[in-house]
Design a protein around this ligand. Structure first.
Ligand SMILES: [Zn+2]
Length: 200
């Protein structure tokens, strides 16, 4: 089977797994489903890497969502040939082929509600930071409305969805140029400007 076909199938599987889990409508699903998948940068974790991650600054409603999203990526990666797995632990002294990921709260460089910064712009990465700006305001809202508003429906899944998206960048996925694609949350919004800055 040609490699190209394998790649397309992998993308489809990933879309299916993550799409179902994030509640995006995927059907009718197409066998030629490169359609809707974001461009790939190859700027991500090395194949078969173990990514040791830490989560800081989040509360008990948010943290499990982030863990869940990274677990979902780990499960999907068994089927997409990257075999990258995520562990919520510090890297052991003898670790090989590993990366480190920090998921934190704070202001974002881009001003986006969330962004991902990697240690390199091209090729394999060894470290990345995903930052959520919990104070981020939806543009144009009056009175100002928080992006991450505990009082709004969907709060119980928004950290999962955003982490799925941002972790996708560490896997080498870019943003979908237009709207929400079949590859779940790799949509152009809400931070379409991110690639202008630094591999966000
Ligand atoms: Zn993005």
């Amino acid at each position: 089977m040609p490699k190209k076909h394998l790649a397309i199938r992998s993308c489809s599987l990933l879309a299916l797994v993550l799409g179902v889990l994030t509640g995006f409508a995927l059907f009718p699903f197409r066998s030629d489903a490169q359609l809707g998948c974001p461009p790939v940068s190859n700027n991500g974790w090395t194949k078969c890497a173990t990514v040791y991650y830490t989560i800081t600054g989040f509360d008990g409603a948010q943290t499990p969502q982030i863990n869940s999203a990274l677990s979902t990526w780990g499960q999907a990666n068994f089927g997409n040939n990257s075999h990258v797995r995520f562990l919520n632990a510090a890297p052991p002294p003898n670790a090989e082929n590993y990366g480190t990921l920090t998921v934190q709260t704070g202001a974002t460089v881009s001003g986006a509600p969330a962004e991902t910064v990697k240690d390199t712009r091209d090729g394999p990465i060894a470290d990345a930071t995903i930052t959520f700006d919990l104070e981020n305001i939806i543009p144009g809202t009056s009175p100002p409305q928080l992006v991450y508003d505990p009082g709004v429906v969907g709060y119980n899944s928004i950290f999962t969805k955003v982490t799925l998206h941002e972790a996708g960048h560490t896997m080498g996925l870019k943003d979908e140029p237009q709207g929400a694609g079949l590859c779940f949350g790799q949509s152009a919004e809400p931070h379409s400007n991110e690639w202008n800055l630094w591999a966000k």
